[in-house]
Write a protein that binds this ligand. Structure first.
Ligand SMILES: Cc1ncc(COP(=O)(O)O)c(C=O)c1O
Length: 337
C-alpha cells in the first residue's frame, strides 16, 4: 500500500530534518532559572508578534489555556464561552479542577461570537446569589466548528463592549496562525482584542511540543508561578523552543497550502469549499454507522480520518500532507462519499 495519508489531526506532524537540526543546535540553559536563551528568544518573539508584553512557554495548549484563563477568572467566578469551545469540551474539566471556576456558554453556528447572547449571559455582580462573570473566552480558529475564523470586526465589537462593561477577554489562539494566513489579518490585530491568549506551535506549525501564554508582564509572571506549581517547570527546554522558532521561520506562510488542500478535500466530500476557512473539514453523515463506515473504508485504502461526534467525520490538513497526498485522498473520498 502507498504511504498512509493521515488526516486525523494537525497534531500528527513529525519534525522535519531541518527542524531536528535546529533543535540539535539549540543553545540551552535551565529555564526554571530563566536561563534558557532559546526559550527566552521564543517567548519574546511570540509576545512581539501578538503585540503583548510577555509570553511563557508551556508543554501543551491545554496548560496554556488553564494558565491564561486563571489570570482573568478566579475561584468561584465564571468565564463565558461558546458551547463547543475547546476549554469547555476537551480540557477534561481542568479549569474547574485547578482554578475552581465555572463556565456558561452560548451556542452559535460555526462557533462564532454572539454578542447579544454574551450580553444576556453577562452577570458580573448579582450579589451573593449568582456566580460573577469575570471574562469571556473566544477560540480563533474554532476547532470543533471546522477551523472557522472569527472575523476581526466581531472580535473588535466584543472588545469595545468588554471595555465598556469592564470585563476581560481570553483568546484560545491554538490556531491563530491559520486565521492570520487565511485572512491576512496581522497577528497583532488579533492580539489587540485579547487581554490574554494561548497559542500553539504543535498544531499546523509542525513543532513536536510547545504552546505559549501571551499577555501582560504581570499575567505572565503569575503564570510562571502557576506553571511551576502544576509541574510544568521545564529545564533545558530550549531544544523544544528551537523547534518553535524554526516553525515560525519556515512553516507559517505554508499554512496557505494546508488551506488549499482542505478546500480540495471539502469539494471531494460534497462540502461547500466556501465554508472551509482554514485547514479543517467537517463532514456530516446521516448516521453513526455511516460515519464509522466512511472512516473504515478510507482507512482500508490508506487515508485516515477522525470521528468528531457521533455522525461527524473530521479531516485536517497539515505539514505532513503534500499536494499529492491531498489529491490522492480527494480522489478516494469522492468515490466513497
Ligand atoms: C483550539 C484548541 N485549543 C487548545 C488545544 C489544546 O492543545 P494541547 O493538545 O496541546 O493540549 C487544542 C488541541 O487540539 C485546540 O484545538
Amino acid at each position: 500500500m502507498a504511504d498512509v495519508v493521515d488526516l486525523r489531526s494537525d497534531t500528527l506532524t513529525r519534525p522535519t530534518e531541518e527542524m531536528r537540526q535546529a533543535m540539535a543546535r539549540a543553545e540551552v540553559g535551565d529555564d526554571v532559572y530563566g536561563e534558557d536563551p532559546t526559550v527566552r528568544a521564543l517567548e519574546e518573539r511570540v509576545a512581539g508578534l501578538l503585540g503583548h508584553e510577555a509570553a511563557l512557554f508551556t508543554p501543551t495548549g491545554s496548560m496554556a489555556n488553564v494558565l491564561a484563563v486563571r489570570t482573568v477568572v478566579g475561584v468561584g467566578q465564571e468565564v463565558l464561552c461558546e458551547s463547543s469551545a475547546h476549554i469547555a469540551r476537551a480540557e477534561l474539566g481542568a479549569h474547574a479542577a485547578y482554578t475552581g471556576l465555572t463556565m456558561r456558554t452560548w451556542t452559535a453556528d460555526r462557533g462564532q461570537i454572539d454578542l447579544p447572547a454574551v450580553r444576556k449571559l453577562f452577570a458580573p455582580d448579582m450579589g451573593p446569589f449568582f456566580v460573577p462573570t469575570a471574562a469571556v473566552a473566544v477560540e480563533n480558529t474554532h476547532n470543533f466548528a471546522g477551523g472557522a475564523v472569527l472575523p476581526l470586526e466581531d472580535l473588535q465589537a466584543l472588545r469595545t463592549w468588554a471595555d465598556e462593561v469592564g470585563t476581560r477577554i481570553h483568546m484560545d489562539g491554538a490556531r491563530i496562525w491559520n486565521a492570520h494566513v487565511a485572512t491576512g489579518t496581522p497577528l497583532a490585530s488579533y492580539g489587540a482584542v485579547a487581554d490574554v491568549m494561548a497559542v500553539c506551535l504543535s498544531k499546523g506549525l509542525g513543532a513536536p511540543i510547545g504552546s505559549l501564554v501571551v499577555g501582560s508582564a504581570e499575567a505572565i509572571a503569575e503564570s510562571r508561578v502557576w506553571r511551576k506549581r502544576m509541574g510544568g517547570g521545564m529545564r533545558q527546554v530550549g531544544i523544544l523552543a528551537a523547534a518553535g522558532l524554526h516553525a515560525l521561520d519556515h512553516h507559517l506562510e505554508r499554512l496557505a497550502d494546508d488551506h488549499a488542500h482542505a478546500r480540495l478535500l471539502a469539494e471531494a466530500c460534497g462540502v461547500d469549499p466556501a465554508e472551509v476557512d482554514t485547514n479543517i473539514v467537517v463532514v456530516e453523515r446521516s448516521s453513526a454507522a455511516d460515519a464509522a463506515a466512511l472512516i473504515a473504508a478510507a482507512a482500508a485504502e490508506g487515508v485516515r480520518l477522525a470521528a468528531a461526534g457521533p455522525t461527524t467525520v473530521r479531516l485536517v490538513t497539515h505539514l505532513g500532507v503534500s499536494r499529492d497526498d491531498a489529491e490522492r485522498a480527494a480522489a478516494l473520498l469522492a468515490r466513497l462519499v
